[in-house]
Design a binder for this molecule. Sequence first.
Ligand code: GCW
Length: 679
Amino acid sequence: ADDGYRLWLRYDKIQDEDLRQDYLHQLRQIHYAGSSARIEKAKEELQRGISGLLAQKITFSDEPGNGPTLIAGTPESSPHIRSMELQGELRSLGEDGYLITRDRQNNIAIAASRDIGLLYGTFHFLRLLQSQQSLQDLDIKSAPQIQLRVLNHWFNLDGTAERGYAGGAIWQWEQLPDYKDPLYTDYARANASVGINGTVLNNVNSDALILTEGYLEKVKALADVFRPYGIKVYLSARFSAPIEIGNLSTADPRDPEVRRWWEKKANEIYSRIPDFGGFLVKANSEGQPGPQDYNRSHAEGANMLAKALSPHGGVVMWRAFVYSNEEPEDRVKQAYNEFTPLDGEFRDNVLVQVKNGPLDFQPREPFHPLFGAMPETPLMMEFQITQEYLGFATHLTYQAPLYEEVLDADTYAKGEGSYVRKVIDGSLDDKQLTGMAGVANIGTDRNWTGHPFAQANWYAYGRLAWNPELGSERIAEEWISMTFSNKEAFIEPVKEMMLASREIAVDYRTPLGLHHIMGYGSHYGPGPWVDEGRADWTSVYYHRADSSGIGFDRSTSGSNAVSQYHPPVKQQFNDIEKVPEKYLLWFHHVEWDYELDSGRTLWEGLVHHYYSGVDSIRRMQDTWESVEGYIDEQRYTHVARLLEIQEKEAAFWRDACVLYFQQFSGRPIPDAYPEPDHP
Ligand code: GCW
C-alpha cells in the first residue's frame, strides 16, 4: 500500500537497469566537504536517495578520489571547489544559490557559497535522478529570486486548523518540547527540497498564549528541528498580547510600557531561538485587535513590533487583508484605501503581506491593486495553498496556473512590463527585502494534504517562490515524475489534466468574473442565494443579478474600483468591450443579452461555462482511467473516487447557479444542454 506519506521524495528503485548502472558508474565516489549540521542533512538525504533510487549504499570519501567523483562544497570548505574558481559566479547567486556542473576532470560538482546552498543543490541533484535526467552536460545555476519563502499555517493551539481540510494541526503541542515527532523532520525535508525557508507555526487569528514561556519552549524545539534544513520559525502575534498575557491595561503602540513589553518579549524569544524569523500580524481585520483600537495607524502598530525585533534581525509581516462591514465602501477597495497613504511610513524590517487578489482567494480574481501602488514598501505575496474556495481536499485543482496568472499580471506601475512578480522579487522598486507566503494545506492526514494531487500545490508554491518564472507546466512535469511515474504515457495526459483543472474549477463555480457566491460559512458548496447578515459576506451583494443583468459595477460609473489600477489597466478594466472576459462580471453589471466573444449571449455563455465545467470533470475522469496500472492501486483508487465526488459536486454547483440565475434572466437553458438534474 502507498499512503502518499513520502510526497515527492519517493526514491523508488529505478527500473531501467542501463540507466541505473550509468548513474552508479558516475557516482562511484562521493565527497562532501565540511561538517556542519546542514552538510550532515545533505549527506543523509543523498544517502537516502541513492540507496533507494540506485539500490546502493554509499560511503562518503574524505577527499575527492581518483576517477569520477561527486564533489560538493563551498570555496571555503573544499580546496577542489576553490580551484574551480567559481567564486564570482557563486557570489552572483547569493546566499542560497548553487551550481551543479562538471569540472575539467569530468567530476560532478555541487558548489555553493554556503552550506544551505549545498543542501538545496543536493535536493536538485536528487530530482535529476528521480526524473531520470541525463547527467552528461550538467550546467545548472539556481538562485532564489525571493528571499523569504514562507508557509503560513492556520493551526490553532487546540489542534484544529482554520480552513484546513487534511486533518488537524501537525504540531503536537502537548508532547513538545520533549517528544519531537519524526514527522517534523520529514516536513522540513519536503520544504527544503523546494526551497521553503520559513514557517509561521500558528493561525493569524492568533492566541496570545503562543507567546508565553511554556509555548516558547515548544516553539524552540521545532526551531531546532528545522534549523539544519534552513527553515526559520515565525509566529503570528496577537496585537493585544500585552493585555492578555502581560497584565497591562492597554496595547496602544504609543504607550511606553507596551513598547517595553514587546521589546522584552522579543529578547526572551531570541534568547531561546537566536534565528527566530519574526512576527506575522493580522490586525483590525475580522475582529482581530490592532492599532486602530487606539486610533493609531497600521504603520504605527507594525513599527512598534519591528523596532522590538530589529536588534535581532527579525521582520514583521503585516497583513493587508483588512475590510470592515461598517464601511459603506466596496470591500475590494478598502485595503488599497487604507494602505496606500502609509507608503513610506513603515520601518525597513516590515513587509506588507497582500493576498493575490483584493477580495479573498476566490477561484479567480484580478490582481490586487496594491501591487504596484506602494513603491516605498516591500510587498509580500500571500497565496492560499489550502483550497478554501476550491473544493477543500476533495476537488482536484492544480493551483500553479492561478499563482502564475497573478505573478505574470502587468501592473503598469512603471510602464509596460511592471509585472506583479517584479514587485514581489523587489526588482521593480529596488527592494532588498522580499517575500512570498503560502497558506498551507498540510494536516495530520497520512498523505499530508488529503487529496493526493493537493501535494502538487504545496510543491508548486515552493518552486514558484524560488523562481516565479518557472511555469506551471514544467512544475507539473517535475512533480508528476517524482510523485507518480516517469513514463511519458502517464506524464503527458496527467499534466494536461492538471493544467486544465484550475479553469475547470472556475467554470463550474464562478465563470466570467463572478465571485463570492459560495455557501455561507463553509465556503464549500454553491450559495448564490445567500442574503443575510453582513453585506460583505452576502452573495447577492457580489453578483447583483436582477432582471436587467448580472455583475458588480466597479467601473468609473460604479464603485470605481477600476481607478485603483494604473493606466492603461484601469481603462481596460473600465471598458466593457476591452475587459478580459474572465473579469467581466467582476467589473461590470452586464445585460443578459450582451454578446460575448463567442457570439453567445451573456446568459448562454454563463450556462455554457457551467455545463462545460462539469463535462470537463468527466474528461478528467476518462484521463485518469486511461492511466490505470501505471501507479499503485491505492493512490489510483483514491483519486478516481475523489473525481467521482468532484463530478457530483460540480453538477450541484452548476445546477444551483444556473437555476438560481435563471430566475433573473428569465431565459431558457439552451437546447444543447440537458435540464439540470437537481431541481
Ligand atoms: O479567507 C478568509 C477566511 C478566514 C481567514 C481570513 C484571513 C484566517 O475565511 O478563515 O482567517 O480569510 O485570511 O485572515
